[in-house]
Design a protein around this ligand. Structure first.
Ligand code: CA
Length: 614
């Protein structure tokens, strides 16, 4: 007991942090770089007595309170704890570091792919599983207020874990909660993108054990956990901001020290633009995202290692099924390629999706692995986000039909797939935590929302659906308002009058939408045609657009009809699909029809059919 206490005491006194906080044996890359933080730690002589743990290099920073230790673990065969000695006046220090055993098959983990449908959750707004962790007085934002859009509402990790049954029953196979690491910021800390500690779960969201438990419970149900990570920036209250290790740890650090913050120009095309000035390129990648988010300098090799090891640490610790990387075009793009490359080297079947918020398919395609880029840029990123398709769907379904408006936008939007290295690895969505709710985008038109969802879920893509879409959540009172876009999921708080988890208090429209989505999602779960099948679509005619997915014996047919009065669809045009005279089943209603002659479409809407009758 005494020795444990003694070790804790000296650690607390002088070695404030060692990160990564632990590591694993048996990684493909046997190198590990530790960042040690403690007062004048650079003055110490560092020793490790275990011979098979090779101390390769010790690097000083500009600031004597940091030291970086490079280890080679190639010869370490067993999980173990070992001591790192820091010798020198005023006294010798010791830190016990742990090398853990990896889970079996950790390197072969399968990331999310086109067989999945991702449920995007804003954790502060989904469910409050533990009201005791809502307020932490030691943190800068000390209040919670459910009536305030930008305040904390008390939702947490346990809230997600408690409702995994609901998520599973709906038919989702992956969850992407927005970040839950510590954001000790004085306001708007609920969103999670201003991290003040990259190794700590925000106590208002729960503990590391809660997070590990979430993945474990999710995995038992076949649900993958995707972690939202940020390599571009931290929060201005990050612990290292008051004592930075290097003169170039963050970008525009000198200006920051003079209280002159330089913000990015958001000119994301400068990453690809052959004519872009160096001035614009620098400002784009080095300028701060916003004044509360310092821009990390990934050209500093210690920062680069820090970020890569942090990502891998979370994959191993949480047993992740994927990473979503925020603001992908904002960090140094060559670093991002190395970052994704290092992860994919350790986990070849893993998935990472990067956020490039552009409606231009050329930019979305540029970042995907396998893209034949003119500047020779090789991305190691498997998945990108389909903002162009999101826009095409909203516009195409809302607009009146004409030669170049309406359904033709869906048709031509999908035709752009010829430019992508691998369309089915791209994540598609109708809205997310930064965009107006899709129901609001469609002026609260349920039929259009159903059309959009049925299209999204049959495309050769990885679909992502934002929590609440299934119950027609809207933000129509204040379009563009982020706090409102991230509103509370009814039933997530004790005393909620409406409970979307049980259906209590939902309107008939909401229940119907929930049922509709549940039917498609649960069909999609086992549909090889949708996961990996061939896609054939026919140019829209007379306000009707038809898309087929097929694989082996399974054919899925989606008919989107914008005609308000009854029309007949002559199936002659679709002969090449080879389903003439075949019996097909409506995936939503279960009703069976014969695919021949003219199919009567009685009202505006969508029909989803399958050749799988059982
Ligand atoms: Ca809570």
């Amino acid at each position: 007991m005494f020795s444990v206490f003694y070790t804790f005491m000296i650690n607390a006194q002088e070695i404030k942090k060692i990160e990564p906080t632990n590591w694993w044996i048996g990684m493909k890359n046997p190198k590990l770089q530790l960042m040690v933080y403690g007062k004048n730690i650079a003055d110490k002589n560092i020793e490790i007595s275990e011979k098979y743990i090779v101390l390769e290099k010790i690097s000083k920073a500009d600031n004597p309170n940091y030291i970086f230790i490079d280890l080679d673990l190639s010869n370490v065969k067993k999980a173990q704890k070992f001591d790192i000695h820091f010798k020198g006046s005023p006294k010798n220090l010791k830190y016990t570091y742990e090398l853990k055993q990896r889970r079996s098959n950790s390197d072969n983990r399968i990331g999310f792919n086109s067989s999945d449908v991702i449920y995007l959750i804003t954790p502060d707004r989904f469910a409050n599983g533990n009201p005791k962790n809502d307020i932490h007085l030691e943190m800068k934002e000390k209040t919670m207020d459910r009536k305030h859009d930008y305040a904390r509402h008390g939702g947490d990790i346990e809230g997600i874990t408690n409702h995994l049954d609901y998520i599973y029953d709906m038919g989702f196979t992956a969850i992407w909660p927005t970040p839950v690491l510590t954001n000790d910021m004085s306001e708007s800390s609920y969103h999670g993108y201003a991290m003040t500690d990259f190794y700590q779960v925000d106590p208002r969201f729960g503990t590391l054990d809660d997070y590990i438990n979430l993945t474990k419970k999710a995995k038992e149900k076949g649900i993958k956990l995707i972690m939202d990570q940020v390599a571009n920036h931290c929060g201005s209250e990050h612990w290292w901001m008051k004592d930075l290790p290097f003169k170039d740890w963050i970008n525009y650090q000198e200006e920051f020290e003079l209280d002159d913050l330089i913000v990015t120009n958001h000119r994301r095309t400068s990453n690809q633009d052959m004519y872009a000035s160096q001035y614009d390129k620098n400002l784009m990648s080095k300028g701060w995202f916003v004044t509360a988010m310092p821009d990390l300098n990934q050209q500093n090799p210690f920062m680069a290692n820090y970020i890569i090891q942090n990502s891998i640490w979370w994959i191993e610790t949480l047993d992740l099924g994927g990473i979503r990387q925020d603001t992908y075009p904002y960090p140094d793009k060559y670093f991002m390629s190395n970052w994704a490359g290092a992860i994919m080297h350790e986990y070849p079947n893993f998935s990472i999706v990067g956020e490039e918020w552009s409606y231009n398919p050329l930019l979305v395609g540029y970042w995907q692995q396998g893209s034949n880029n003119k500047d020779g840029y090789k991305s190691n990123l498997r998945s990108t986000m389909d903002f162009p398709m999101q826009k095409a769907i909203v516009e195409g379904l809302s607009e009146e039909e004409s030669w170049d408006t309406g359904l033709v936008k869906l048709y031509e939007g999908l035709a752009n797939d010829f430019g992508y290295a691998k369309p089915m690895d791209i994540m598609a969505f109708l809205d997310n935590h930064d965009k107006d709710r899709v129901f609001t985008e469609f002026n609260e038109d349920i039929v259009l929302t159903k059309m959009a969802l049925s299209y999204l879920l049959t495309l050769p893509r990885i679909p992502q659906i934002y929590y609440g879409t299934e119950i027609l959540t809207e933000n129509s009172k204040k379009p563009g308002d982020h706090g409102l876009i991230r509103s509370d999921f009814p039933g997530g708080w004790k005393g909620d009058k409406v409970n979307a988890f049980t259906g209590k208090g939902l309107t008939s429209d909401q229940l119907e939408m929930q049922f509709f989505l549940k039917k498609i999602l649960n069909y999609r779960k086992t549909s090889d045609a949708i996961h990996n099948g061939k896609t054939i679509h026919f140019a829209p005619q007379n306000g009707i657009y038809v898309l087929f997915r097929e694989m082996n014996d399974e054919v899925v047919v989606l008919i989107i009809n914008k005609n308000k009065s009854p029309v007949n669809l002559d199936v002659k045009r679709f002969k090449e699909i080879g389903i003439d005279s075949k019996k097909l089943k409506n995936i939503i209603s279960g009703e069976e029809i014969i695919w021949e002659g003219r199919i009567k479409l009685s009202s505006k809407g969508c029909i989803l059919l399958t050749s799988k009758l059982k």
